[in-house]
Design a protein around this ligand. Structure first.
Ligand SMILES: O=P(O)(O)O[C@H]1O[C@H](CO)[C@@H](O)[C@H]1O
Ligand SMILES: O=c1cc[nH]c(=O)[nH]1
Length: 234
């Protein structure tokens, strides 16, 4: 048991998929895992462990934003020994090169989060990046599954509603999509010498206005989930 998870030691696998939405965790466990067992219901942040093609995998809802995922990532790694973390999340398209339902592999996560900058101070802007091995696995898993992916720099921003953000400049500098957690996940993984990456689905587009319903967001992003699961067992 940790501060926010009621799992017992051994209940959580080394490899954990981490959607922001706890109901997406339930959907992934019930749809893709054999014999899923729910190990956490604290705060409705559902967590399950089961097997995928014979490999033990957990899926843990992390909530929204850097403070929330930081709690779950920290406890999964330091209290339960998780070693490979895959965020599976929705994201807003920013570049004209991405469209609704595209799968994005986050190579790096640019951020405005003071949580990240405050760790280093002294003018340092740390560059949180995906683990190259996991990224490589996800890229090749997607190729084998015939699922097209875009690989690039994503924005992990502190505010969902943020009309002060200069998105055009970020797109000019290669940022393709926005979400709210990856920078913290990559930073925590670096701190504890474990591996992390993010597989995202474009759920809406901030420039074109394309969007999806909450039900679609909860259930229909199977390509992202398949890429993460296949990457996890490679
Ligand atoms: O779909 P999830 O994984 O929650 O991710 C995205 O959706 C939430 C905002 O709607 C933020 O958590 C953002 O990162
Ligand atoms: O953080 C997010 C997630 C999905 N869509 C957005 O526009 N922002």
């Amino acid at each position: 048991m940790s501060n926010h998870l009621e799992a017992k030691q051994g209940d959580i696998a080394d490899t954990v998929l981490m959607p922001g939405d706890p109901l997406r965790a339930k959907y992934i466990a019930e749809t893709y895992l054999d014999n899923p067992v729910c190990y956490n219901k604290v705060r409705n942040a559902f967590g399950y462990t089961g097997t995928y093609k014979g490999h033990r995998i957990s899926v843990q809802g992390t909530g929204m934003g850097i403070p929330s995922i930081s709690i779950y990532a920290h406890e999964l790694v330091t209290e339960y020994g998780a070693k490979k973390l895959f965020r599976v999340g929705t994201s807003g398209g920013m570049s004209p090169d991405v469209h609704v339902r595209d799968v994005v592999l986050a190579q790096a996560a640019t951020t405005d989060s003071s949580i990240i900058h405050n760790i280093f101070g002294g003018g340092i802007y740390y560059a949180p990046i995906s683990d190259f091995g996991l990224l490589d696995n996800a890229y090749h898993a997607a190729k084998e599954l015939n699922i097209p992916v875009k690989v690039g720099n994503v924005l992990a921003e502190d505010r969902f509603y943020n009309d002060e953000m200069d998105r055009k400049k970020l797109v000019d500098y290669g940022v393709i999509a926005t979400e709210m957690e990856s920078a913290a996940l990559f930073l925590i993984a670096a701190k504890y010498h474990v591996k992390a990456m993010s597989v995202l689905t474009i759920s809406n587009h901030l420039i074109t206005g394309e969007s999806t319903t909450p039900e679609e967001r909860e259930k229909s992003f199977d390509d992202m989930i398949k890429v993460a699961l296949e990457a996890a067992i490679r």
